[in-house]
Design a protein around this ligand. Structure first.
Ligand code: GLA
Length: 387
């Protein structure tokens, strides 16, 4: 992957000091894992027991084997005040054994561990936890001492200061620790990070926060689907974490969520409480054929080649020459959506193999692809020239 994931260096904000290089090969494909925020917000169930159980469940459920790797903490892991040395302090009620012990446990399962703070004076929670603005080097060193593998860096309380400088300064601080850390820029798309964040972070939010409802899913999809040209190995658009399994959408809508995130090469960070998920949720999250679309090594973000009246045809070229194709119906009625091998960019061939990634069946086609797609549904295929 390193061929297509070149390292990028640039001078830190202000132009002084050594230039730092972000290792883009740390995220050759979109990161996969879990984060507590979408299920806990700042509630008390975000605690050590939950994180340890999540790591255990990654292994026992097959999520780890399916490619999910990062177990990430979001906001509210620290106390509202730094200690006398200016260091962040883990909340002893939520995390009685501290953060390093959590990281060690997650690592002992062959998984990776992530943490969160904000490029501001405080994080986003109204409770008011300290952020890393003007503490970048100290906090990066603390995270490295915890042996974190991933940092989500939020945007609250940024004092109106320049985003490129704030995010670059943390990039430099992380690189200076010498520890490989995937760097997730959570700037909500406010300053068009897709135009400057390649080489600053490995992924950047393109949207505001997702909510567990259809309107939110649709809005974020539309914001992210026009940005395909900016994504690639080591530099991904991030339309926010998954809501699959949180209860606010139907399973049809959650399949659409997962399928569209996969075809858009989005990070797949599970946002549900894995101690309580249904078999239907697990079937979606463990669909390895859909995951393979997301994780395809070519690293192209799929995009709509046609959108008319709420009916969309998304195409993602894959490394083996085949195409992932999503027929997405955003409307409230079932609808016929069709395309063809030629339209999705496949070479002329006598026949095509059409793999249905939800039904796990393969059919032959002379070149046409048509489906009656339910309201809010997405048919998802992998199509290859058969000879
Ligand atoms: C912001 C981020 C969310 C989450 C919360 C935590 O809203 O965009 O993803 O991290 O902060 O407070």
């Amino acid at each position: 992957m390193s061929d297509s994931a070149p390292s990028v260096s640039s001078s830190p904000a202000g132009g002084t000091g050594p230039s730092r290089t972000l290792d883009l090969s740390l995220a050759p494909t979109p990161p996969m894992g879990w984060n507590n925020w979408n299920t806990t917000n700042d509630g008390p169930e975000f605690d050590e027991e939950m994180v340890l159980a999540t790591a255990d469940f990654f292994v026992s459920s097959g999520l780890k084997d399916a490619g999910y790797e990062y177990v990430n903490l979001d906001d509210c892991w620290a106390l509202p005040e730094r200690d006398e040395h200016g260091d962040l302090v883990p909340d002893p009620v939520r995390f009685p054994h501290g953060i390093k012990a959590l990281a060690d446990y997650v690592h002992s399962k062959g998984l990776k561990f992530g943490i969160y703070t904000s490029a501001g004076s405080h994080t986003c929670s109204p409770i008011g936890f300290p952020g890393a603005l003007d503490h970048e080097e100290q906090d990066a060193l603390l995270f490295a001492s915890y042996e974190v593998d991933y940092l989500k860096y939020d945007n609250c309380h940024n004092e109106g200061r320049d985003a490129v400088q704030r995010y670059t300064r943390m990039r430099d601080a992380l690189v200076a620790t010498g520890r490989p850390i995937v760097y997730s820029i959570c700037e909500w798309g406010q300053n068009d990070p897709w135009t400057w964040a390649k080489g600053v972070g490995h992924l950047w939010r393109t949207t505001g926060d997702i909510s567990d409802n259809w309107a939110s899913l649709l809005e974020l999809t539309k914001q992210n689907m026009v940005l395909a040209e900016y994504a690639g190995p080591g530099h991904w658009n991030d339309p926010d974490m998954l809501e699959v399994g949180n209860g606010g959408m139907t399973d049809t809508e959650y399949r659409t969520h997962f399928g569209l995130w996969a075809i858009m090469a989005a990070p797949l960070l599970i946002g549900s409480d894995l101690r309580r998920v249904t078999p239907e949720t697990m079937e979606i999250l463990l669909n390895t054929e859909v995951i393979a679309v997301d994780q395809d090594p070519l690293g192209v973000q799929g995009a709509p080649i046609r959108s008319e009246g709420g009916l969309h045809v998304f195409v993602k070229p894959l490394a083996d020459g085949s195409r992932a194709v999503a027929l997405f119906n955003e409307t409230d009625e079932a609808a016929d959506i069709s395309t063809s091998a030629a339209e999705v960019g496949l070479p002329e061939a006598a026949s095509y193999e059409v793999r249905d990634l939800w039904a796990h069946t393969t059919e032959k086609s002379g070149g046409s692809l048509a489906e009656n797609v339910p309201a809010h549904g997405t048919a998802l295929y992998r199509v290859a020239a058969a000879g």
